[in-house]
Design a protein around this ligand. Structure first.
Ligand SMILES: Nc1ncnc2c1ncn2[C@@H]1O[C@H](COP(=O)(O)OP(=O)(O)OP(=O)(O)O)[C@@H](O)[C@H]1O
Ligand SMILES: [Mg+2]
Length: 302
């Protein structure tokens, strides 16, 4: 791990990130929120490298939060991949873009999947939010706003990387969970997300989830490497929201298309995800809380 940390620092340095880089944000700022912007809490689940466990976390976190009495909707914003469908063993043809049809309402695109998981497939509508006409944006905005009646928490499962559409999602959300594994490539790509995020938002709220860890020293090393590098080079404060052990039961659950939280709730990885859910619900009150309507406004630039 020491070697790994050194590699990350070298990689970071090779990216010409200056320690003097001006912080383009004010971490202590609290947004004054107009009452109308309140609504469900929005949490984007993202990563630098693909395949690190975002969708599994989103689906199982939704189940864990549901077990705690929270109403959760997942927005599958990883365009064209229908990841949530696959993990739930379902298939849906309808997506968010169908809302542009006057005959289609939120209830038609808000899918009630198995295991109590409700989700909306993003389709290309969210990916190209800026290319939509003002009329189209208004239609989507108005219809999607009603999600507020159905959810306490909205989880946005984004694609990997720092493409503009992913950044749009993560800076629009109240909170960001950045998933990484301890692999050097995942750490370097996670750093790239933190860098893109810190430059784009002035109200940063990003926490790490370390997935597929082997033991506690590994967790500490990953968290300390990433948080120290973010603090030093980006002036970004990054805490760890939780970790998930590498667990073959997770692989088994993906193959059988039964989420680990439902099929194997006592498995190590499932217990880790329960603990993350508890942390999200019982953790300290977040400073920045624009909620779902605030998310839609930012995303559609309204
Ligand atoms: N804790 C874990 N233990 C063991 N295997 C895991 C764990 N978490 C995820 N995996 C494996 O990693 C694979 C990828 O997970 P997942 O599809 O959730 O990643 P993703 O980040 O959403 O990928 P993508 O970037 O393609 O959307 C899973 O199919 C599973 O086999
Ligand atoms: Mg995914």
């Amino acid at each position: 791990m020491k070697d790994q940390a050194a590699k990350l620092r070298r990689l970071v340095e090779n990216k010409n990130v200056s320690p003097e880089l001006p912080a383009s944000k004010a971490p202590e700022t609290t947004i004054k929120q107009p009452a109308e912007l309140k609504g469900p809490r929005t949490i984007a689940i993202t990563s630098g490298k693909g395949g690190v466990g975002k969708t599994n976390l989103a689906v199982n976190l939704a189940i864990a939060l549901g077990n705690m009495g929270k109403r959760v909707i997942i927005i599958d914003a990883d365009m064209g991949m229908a990841n949530v469908d696959i993990l739930l063993g379902t298939s849906s043809r309808i997506n968010l873009m169908n809302l542009l049809d006057p005959e289609v309402n939120l209830e038609d695109v808000l899918l009630r999947g198995p295991y109590g998981v409700s989700y909306i497939s993003g389709g290309s509508g969210m990916e190209h939010a800026e290319e939509l006409t003002e009329v189209e944006k208004d239609i989507l905005f108005t219809k999607l706003e009603a999600c507020a009646e159905w959810a306490d928490i909205i989880l946005i499962d984004t694609g990997a990387g720092i493409g503009k559409n992913v950044l749009d999602f993560i800076v629009s959300a109240d909170e960001v969970l950045l998933v990484t594994t301890p692999e050097p490539t995942a750490l370097t790509d996670a750093y790239a997300v933190m860098k893109g995020y810190s430059k784009t938002t002035d109200t940063p709220n990003l926490k790490l989830i370390v997935n597929r860890v082997i033991d506690e020293p590994e967790i500490r090393e990953v968290v300390s490497t990433l948080s120290r590098t973010a603090e030093k080079f980006l002036k970004l404060s990054v805490e760890c929201m939780g970790y998930i052990y590498d667990d073959q039961t997770m692989v088994k659950s993906v193959r059988s298309q039964v989420p680990i939280m439902s099929g194997y709730p006592d498995a190590l990885a499932a217990r880790c995800i329960s603990s993350i859910a508890k942390g999200l619900v019982n953790g300290r009150q977040e400073k920045v809380s624009l909620g779902w309507r605030g998310f839609l406004r930012r995303l559609f630039k309204k």
